[in-house]
Ligand binder design. Structure first.
Ligand SMILES: [Zn+2]
Length: 65
């Protein structure tokens, strides 16, 4: 899983980069100024999306490129 996403740091508004996987695992990420931003997977949606994407990835690999 390497889908990069971005949000704004609630403290300073600088960019915070994270992946869907980070949300799925509810990791704490750091903004460029070092503030900690806790990611919340509301309703488990990211976890499902993460799984769906990896399933899709598998399916695509099976197709053989
Ligand atoms: Zn910040």
């Amino acid at each position: 899983m390497t889908d990069k996403m971005e949000t704004e740091c609630p403290e300073c508004g600088s960019r915070v980069r994270f992946t869907l996987d980070d949300v799925a695992k509810q990791r704490t990420v750091r903004c460029s100024r070092g503030h900690l931003v806790k990611l919340h997977d509301e309703g488990g949606g990211a976890r499902k999306a993460s799984k769906a994407l990896s399933d899709l990835d598998m399916a695509l690999k099976r197709f053989g490129k």
